[in-house]
Design a protein around this ligand. Structure first.
Ligand code: KIV
Length: 272
């Protein structure tokens, strides 16, 4: 009998950490990419609000709306058979109050088909995290560099480099775990801090620019596939140069059209 791949659920990630298995996470924003990444065995498809950068062409994630996240989450959900689909809560959809947060997370699940949500930060949103978990919505936390706070942070730079900030980050991670989060993304922090957080938690950490000690790793798929504009961040490893491949295919098509090689002329009909 063919083996039917089991769908990943939030508790499966905690189990993976317990077993010492690394967790593989990539972002996805549309049906086709989700289908390919899912079939390749990626554990989690994160519909990141990085779609503001790589899909919509904004400089930050701040303009991303809940409607856009619902729309793209639904497309990714249709393409994912096995992977856990996690939808990012965009700016101002989880900071206003707990009630609004619940309604907004509900839309990402009901209309977007996501099986979990991710939100940035800790202290200002901990009540919302607790409530979401209480009503059955799995929450992935996000600490370190918080792209939605880029203006306050003064740029996309490494966080928790000072001892007091590192200690605060460890406390925040423990608070998110206590509030019921099932995993935490650690973005752009020193590897030693990520190691400390990872060792302190029962739930898995998913690193991006946070060194090798996290329980899993996430990359923006457009970065690792060589599709990002203006180059990817320095911690990214490129596994393909799809940008070059697409440009070269488009040039070949253009030349064939202009020089009459496409479409090929139809074979003349044989006479009876
Ligand atoms: O929006 C996103 O893609 C993310 C990842 C970079 C973790 O939050």
């Amino acid at each position: 009998m063919p083996e039917i791949a089991k769908r990943m659920r939030a508790p499966d990630l905690i189990e993976k950490k317990r077993r010492g298995e690394k967790i593989v996470v990539l972002t996805a924003y549309d049906f086709t990419m989700a289908r390919i990444l899912d079939a390749a065995g990626v554990d989690v498809l994160l519909v990141g609000d990085s779609l503001g950068n790589v899909i919509l062409g904004f400089d930050t994630t701040l303009p991303v709306t809940l409607d856009a996240m619902v729309h793209h989450s639904a497309a990714v959900s249709r393409g994912a058979e096995r992977a856990l689909v996690v939808a990012d809560m965009p700016f101002l959809t989880f900071q206003v109050n707990v009630e609004e947060t619940v309604r907004n997370a509900g839309r990402l699940m009901q209309e977007g088909g996501a099986a979990a949500v991710k939100l940035e930060g800790c202290r200002a949103v901990i009540d919302a995290v607790r409530r979401l978990v209480e009503i059955g919505i799995p929450v992935m936390g996000h600490l370190g560099l918080l792209p939605q706070s880029v203006h306050q942070l003064g740029g996309f730079r490494q966080q928790a480099t000072r001892e007091e900030d590192a200690a605060r980050l460890v406390e925040d991670a423990l608070a998110l775990e206590a509030a019921g989060a099932f995993s935490i993304v650690l973005e752009s922090i020193p590897a030693a801090v990520a190691r400390e957080v990872t060792a302190a938690l029962r739930i898995p950490t998913i690193g991006i620019g946070a060194g090798p000690h996290c329980d899993g790793q996430v990359l923006v798929c457009y970065d690792m596939l060589g599709l990002s504009r203006g180059g990817a961040p320095p911690f990214v490893r490129k596994y393909a140069e799809l940008g070059e491949a697409v440009a070269s295919a488009a040039k070949e098509f253009a030349a064939d059209v202009r020089e009459g090689r496409f479409p090929a002329s139809a074979p003349a009909k044989e006479k009876k």
